[in-house]
Design a protein around this ligand. Sequence first.
Ligand SMILES: *Cc1c(COP(=O)(O)O)cnc(C)c1O
Length: 217
Amino acid sequence: MSIAENVRRVKAAIQAHQTGDDVTMIAVTKSVDPDVALALYEEGIRDFGENRPDSLLEKVNAMPEDARFHFIGTLQTRKVRQIIDKVTAIHSLDRLSLAEEINKRADRVIDCFVQVNISGEASKHGLEKEEVLPFIENCIQYPHIRVIGLMTMAPLTENDTIIRQTFHELRLLRDDIKRRDLPHAPCTELSMGMSNDFNIAIEEGASFVRIGTILVQ
Ligand SMILES: *Cc1c(COP(=O)(O)O)cnc(C)c1O
């Protein structure tokens, strides 16, 4: 399968499932060389996802200026400085020490998603549901942090009902925070859905899907 064909099929699938607002597809290029990322760029993709600073910087250097980079992995506090000027958004804000470091290193407002561990799996990163609102309220002390939405990963299961429930719960939580109209946390966005479950995520209201495998295989 060619990259062009992959992009065409995934875009068509996104179109088929979206009901309202546009969904932004982030091409996750963490496991491929820059030439594959460039091939995706040539097919019109402008949003790219990376989960390691080294790999992100490698892609930034290889790509045209208008490519946007989303940091989607666990971000070590000491690595913030390397990537902060290169990212359009950070999808993995999960602790105050990280918010503090982003705030300190950034010279502009950084769009962030708070990562939530809806499924409660021990292997997953992110805040527990109950921790999210107090955490976001706490972020008001960091003027360079803007919480634009929530992010989650579905549990590893073949059970679509469980996956759908996970995405639905993230949406309800997003709705609750959005309704509060916090100036530093508009929380309008939902980053959820990967190669295996993006259809369900879009049906449940995803505005950003993060897709790797099925684009690059
Ligand atoms: C790797 C990764 C993805 C993409 O997963 P695929 O199954 O390859 O589509 C999405 N989100 C995060 C956080 C990832 O680490």
